[in-house]
Design a protein around this ligand. Structure first.
Ligand SMILES: [Zn+2]
Length: 206
């Protein structure tokens, strides 16, 4: 947890400036009990093994994946570390965002999740390649709001955030953390949605 926290803080050139509660659950029932009832998620779906917002991180330990989860390789330490970094990115993002838990930001899920995919190292060569192939085959998302959906969502949203970082720099990427809508993000980048999607697709195909 300490190493992952340091890695995520380092990416943003700073530290977590607020405390947060971290629960590493040994079972699905412990996991569900640690998630605030107000979120309405419990009982959680079997694929869900972690969640993170400004003041809270909950993760189902990989030792419980074999019996209490699906779609995750049981005991895969590397995957578990990446998931932990992913959720810590949400925590860092939440601490720098007025919503704190991204309520009402569904249309900007591409940014929230894409950022976590990039910072965690989940934007693998394989995912990037598959996103490129899918885009070349005409499956590229036609809007930002639909980018975090479908089987290539990690590759699409992650590569969009990677593209933004490459083009505008990490400081600009960091300046997007407080924003709560696609309109605000596009205004900050001084680009239209169609231009951004077009430029991203060109970059992805390179
Ligand atoms: Zn996430």
């Amino acid at each position: 947890m300490k190493t992952a926290t340091r890695q995520v803080g380092k990416y943003f050139g700073g530290e977590f400036d607020q405390p947060f509660q971290a629960t590493l659950a040994n079972s699905r029932s412990e996991f569900d009990a640690a998630i605030p009832a107000a979120w309405g998620l419990a009982p959680t779906q079997c694929w869900m093994v972690a969640t993170g917002v400004a003041d809270r991180l909950v993760m189902l330990l990989p030792s419980a994946w074999a019996t209490d989860a699906c779609d995750h390789r049981a005991g895969d330490v590397e995957e578990a570390r990446a998931i932990l970094r992913h959720e810590l990115t949400h925590v860092f993002h939440g601490q720098n965002n007025v919503t704190r838990d991204f309520t009402g930001m569904d249309d900007a899920a591409w940014f929230i999740e894409g950022l976590a995919v990039v910072v965690s190292g989940q934007l693998t060569k394989e995912r990037l390649f598959q996103a490129r192939e899918a885009a070349a085959g005409g499956q590229a998302p036609k809007s930002l709001a639909t980018m975090w959906s479908g089987k290539h969502k990690y590759g699409f949203a992650g590569s969009m955030v990677q593209f933004i970082e490459n083009k505008y720099g990490r400081d600009t990427l960091k300046s997007l953390l407080p924003l709560t809508s696609n309109d605000d993000i596009l205004a900050k980048l001084e680009i239209s949605e169609s231009e951004l999607l077009h430029d991203w697709e060109t970059w992805l195909a390179r």
